[in-house]
Unconditional design. Structure first.
Length: 246
């Protein structure tokens, strides 16, 4: 981690990308700024693939680079461990958590059915204003896909699905999706990094939007399921060593 990495934390782009992480980790409730800084840097690094599965996380180096004691570093890493992003082992350095292919398939199986329900509910509940917000997000995603900006497209997709769960209006469903969210963010980013996935993904999202706009809940549910299965297939076909580690 360099001084430039610390500066990167303070940029507007990073702030935009960290919104979902702040929400899911409840970082706004943290009083110690160093805990927030470390948790954001490590969490975003894991999700966007700069920190690889199985990679050691040196607490001493993190404390030096963020100019803080090791206590907030340990607190940040324990917070990320509770969400499945970090592994903390006795008498060994913490490291980035790894996923087995079996575990990934389990997560995606649950996720495809949950998102199908989201699609049905959104098609029934979305107002014209809601559709306008979704269309605006999709327009930005199309631009990101055309320019090959995986990270920007990814976070736009995260925002879109968060908007859809809000429109769906089922807090129990949202809570279940949130419980899986940080683990799935890593996998979703890995899927989009596979060749051809950006264009395929944006096409899927446009078809889903069109189904919602026509108030066809069954079609929206089916398309969301198919898109999730396709994303899993991209991970399975890709270099699994880029997503997991022994």
């Amino acid at each position: 981690m360099t001084r430039a990495d610390v500066t990167w934390l303070a940029t507007g782009t990073t702030q935009d990308r960290s919104v979902e992480l702040v929400r899911l980790l409840k970082l706004s409730e943290r009083r110690e700024p160093a805990v927030v800084q470390v948790a954001l840097w490590v969490g975003l690094g894991i999700i966007e693939g700069r920190l690889r599965p199985g990679e050691d996380l040196n607490s001493v180096e993190l404390s030096h680079r963020f100019n803080c004691s090791r206590t907030p570093v340990r607190e940040a890493l324990m917070l990320l461990e509770s969400e499945g992003l970090v592994e903390i082992r006795a008498r060994k350095r913490p490291r980035v958590a790894a996923f087995t292919l079996e575990r990934v398939r389990e997560i995606y199986y649950v996720r495809q059915h949950l998102l199908a329900l989201v699609g049905e509910l959104v098609a029934a509940a979305a107002t014209d204003d809601d559709l306008g917000v979704m269309r605006s997000r999709l327009t930005r995603m199309e631009q990101d896909a055309a320019s090959g900006d995986i990270d920007s497209y990814f976070w736009g997709h995260v925002e879109l699905q968060e908007e859809m769960t809000r429109i769906a209006g089922n807090q129990t469903l949202k809570g279940i999706l949130d419980s899986l969210a940080l683990r799935t963010l890593i996998l979703r980013h890995a899927s989009l990094a596979q060749p051809g996935r950006l264009s395929a993904s944006v096409s899927d999202q446009l078809r889903i939007y069109e189904a919602i706009e026509r108030r066809d809940g069954q079609l929206a549910a089916m398309l969301l399921e198919r898109a999730t299965v396709s994303a899993l297939g991209a991970i399975e076909r890709g270099n699994w060593s880029e997503v997991t580690a022994d």
